[in-house]
Design a protein around this ligand. Structure first.
Ligand SMILES: NC(=O)c1ccc[n+]([C@@H]2O[C@H](COP(=O)([O-])OP(=O)(O)OC[C@H]3O[C@@H](n4cnc5c(N)ncnc54)[C@H](OP(=O)(O)O)[C@@H]3O)[C@@H](O)[C@H]2O)c1
Length: 283
């Protein structure tokens, strides 16, 4: 990613929560969301929703929305044998499901398979080297990772030709991951925030509601704006088009005082991330 160029695609629209029983309706929702202003679309092989996104994209292209105006991102899921060859197969399937010839970004979904206690450094490196080949072949513009801690990133950075350009992390006011996000930025890695609206702590909800009132916005808008002002690119999702439209409306600036109030909401435990590597110490 060009560090000197402002990120032009705005907040992300997630697709993990789409209802797979209603593909037509969900494709229409995505179509409406893009027509409302979303430009960055996040999916993953493991979500099983790439086909729905593909359906929406087809309709959007037919309406004249240019392919290059959208940033489409999907992810490699670490399942065995979890090697370079599995990238080739999964990536090809993702392209077919999306109905595309290339994607803007391809990420490794998580640093180790679910519940694994093995050291996946070598496997991650071989997957990464294969992803670099996809860039060289013109199939992917940017490669990155998701849910990677500093040590996972360093393992790749010591063995790569292309440094990871993106790390997608769970980030919201109750789980801010400031140290990891700052490390990423110091290495030129863009930070995307998933779970940006998944706020479960009542005390945090109360603070956000109070702050949102200062600007005449919703709690969701305040949470997204906080994420943006922290320098992250938040991703949100909803099955409700009115919520999605509301989330695009972020034309206000949280004061330093309000940013500081949210800073105090950080908790080391209120998060969803560790179930990927439960026996390993995160920090
Ligand atoms: N890399 C990873 O490991 C990872 C993990 C999880 C998610 N993700 C990505 O991040 C995306 C977001 O996932 P998430 O589960 O973490 O979701 P989220 O965006 O944090 O939260 C979604 C929830 O927020 C609600 N919501 C959205 N806008 C709202 C508004 N304006 N007012 C009130 N409620 C609102 C939605 O409810 P309604 O439907 O009622 O609006 C929904 O229940 C996923 O789709 C996926 O693309 C990545």
């Amino acid at each position: 990613m060009d560090k000197n160029r402002k990120w032009p695609y705005g907040i992300g629209l997630g697709t993990a929560e789409l209802d797979k029983e209603q593909p037509e309706k969900m494709a229409e929702l995505l179509e409406q969301a893009v027509l409302s202003g979303y430009r960055f679309l996040d999916t993953a092989y493991s979500y099983g929703t790439e086909e729905i996104l593909g359906k929406a994209l087809k309709a959007l292209f037919a309406r004249g929305v240019p392919r290059e105006s959208l940033f489409i991102q999907t992810k490699f899921y670490p399942v065995m044998p979890y090697d370079g060859q599995s990238v080739v197969h999964q990536f090809q399937e993702s392209l077919e499901r999306l109905g595309l010839d290339d994607v803007d970004a391809y990420l490794i979904h998580q640093p180790v398979p679910r519940y694994s206690e093995l050291d996946y450094a070598e496997r991650n490196i071989s997957v990464w080297n294969q992803m670099e080949k996809l860039v060289q072949a013109g199939k992917v513009r940017h490669i990155g990772v998701s849910n990677f801690l500093e040590r996972h990133l360093l393992q790749i950075m010591d063995n790569c030709q292309i440094t990871p350009e993106i790390n997608q992390l769970e980030i919201n006011p109750q789980f801010q991951q400031r140290g990891l996000a700052d490390f990423c930025r110091s290495k030129g890695i863009a930070v995307q925030g998933w779970g940006s609206l998944s706020i479960t702590e009542e005390a945090v909800k109360t603070v956000l509601q109070d702050i949102a009132g200062n600007y005449g916005v919703s709690r969701a808008q305040a949470a997204l704006k906080w994420n943006l002002q922290m320098g992250n690119i938040p991703i949100c999702s909803s099955r409700n088009i009115l919520h999605l439209q509301e989330n695009l409306n972020l034309d206000f600036t949280l004061s330093q005082e309000d940013m500081e109030r949210i800073r105090q909401c950080n908790s080391a435990t209120a998060h969803r991330t560790t179930w990927w590597y439960p026996r390993q110490q995160m920090y």
